[in-house]
Design a protein around this ligand. Structure first.
Ligand code: CP
Ligand code: NVA
Length: 309
């Protein structure tokens, strides 16, 4: 049994195995409908319990399809209906019950500490479906999308991030270290990665360029990533922050400064950080990116269950 909490704690050999399995499985089910089960139904009889403390569309749907396509099923808990969220039950007891009734737990949470607490008391795998500090299933899936479109290892590519230093970027930074790809980050100086993240980058001798010049960040880029300026976890003056990011809006002009076949990726939902004509352009691969979550999460589930070949 394995957990999937943060990319930085998972060996890159395991991450690569997940990507290979996802590629093989995606190819094998080209002609199958969404709810048809993969040959061999490897997770037959297994129950994935999901809980979302914050909103979700894609993660919810993609985990639903992922476990169903592997032959299992899922149940989504509403935190406001549990004793846990009202202080009437401990994480320890909740975890015991989840472990007895279910086979894996996917948690989207407003606290990284909560993930750690659940990890301590669960005897079933736990998957981080987004926390204030990371969004690991998203970024592993995005690597899959990049390699699928570019038909080469991400290690051979230049990646740019234009946007806030948030959970998605933290996972991208971890991926850049694990998969050894070049990463340039364009953001206002005030919003560059925090001390802890900078320390992590340095301790891994990684060279990530961080600049407040978005043109410099996208120069030579094969992929430009972005995300909302205001994340669900953000407790800031929204108008002020959005104003500070005005110069970092992704428009056609900025895209034209990157490499010729540069693609645009965004985990969604989107805000004002990208112009409509970029978001809906041929360079934008956001819908393919969203759908790939199903394929990669299937292989993440198999990894957690120790069933990855
Ligand atoms: N990208 C992503 O995680 O989307 P949701 O918040 O809709 O799950
Ligand atoms: N950074 C965003 C990602 C949403 C999928 C957030 O945390 O709100």
């Amino acid at each position: 049994m394995k957990n999937f909490i943060n990319l930085k704690d998972i060996p890159v050999s395991d991450l690569k195995k997940i990507l290979i399995d996802a590629k093989r499985r995606k190819k094998l089910r080209k002609k199958l409908d969404n709810l048809e089960v993969d040959k061999g139904a490897p997770l037959k009889g297994k129950l994935l319990i999901q809980m979302f403390e914050k909103s979700s569309l894609r993660t919810r749907l993609s985990f639903y399809l992922a476990i169903r396509q592997l032959g299992g099923s899922t149940l989504t808990l509403r935190p406001d209906e549990l004793h846990l969220s009202k202080g009437g039950e401990s994480i320890q007891d909740t975890a015991k019950i989840l472990s007895n009734f279910g086979n894996a737990f996917m948690l989207r949470t407003d606290s990284d500490e909560k993930l750690k607490e659940f990890e301590k008391y669960l005897s079933i795998p736990i998957i981080n479906g987004l926390s204030p500090n990371s969004h690991p299933t998203q970024i592993l899936s995005d690597i899959f999308t990049v390699e699928e479109i570019k038909r080469t290892s991400i290690s051979n590519l230049n990646i740019a991030w234009i946007g806030d230093s948030n959970n998605v970027l933290n996972s991208l930074i971890a991926a850049s270290i694990k998969f050894s790809f070049k990463l340039k980050i364009g953001c206002p100086s005030k919003y560059k990665p925090n001390k802890k993240t900078m320390g992590y980058i340095k301790s891994n001798k990684n060279k990530i360029l961080i600049t407040n010049n978005s043109k410099k960040a996208v120069k030579g880029a094969d992929v430009i990533f972005s995300d909302k300026v205001i994340s669900m976890n953000d407790k800031v003056n929204k108008t002020k922050k959005l104003n500070q990011f005005k110069k970092f809006k992704i428009n056609k002009k900025l895209m034209s400064l990157a490499n010729k076949n540069c693609i645009f990726l965004h985990c969604l939902p989107r805000g004002k950080e990208v112009e409509e004509d970029v978001f809906l352009s041929n360079q934008s691969k956001v819908w393919q990116q969203a759908l790939n979550r199903v394929h990669v999460q299937k292989s993440i589930l198999l990894y957690c269950f120790g069933k990855l070949r």
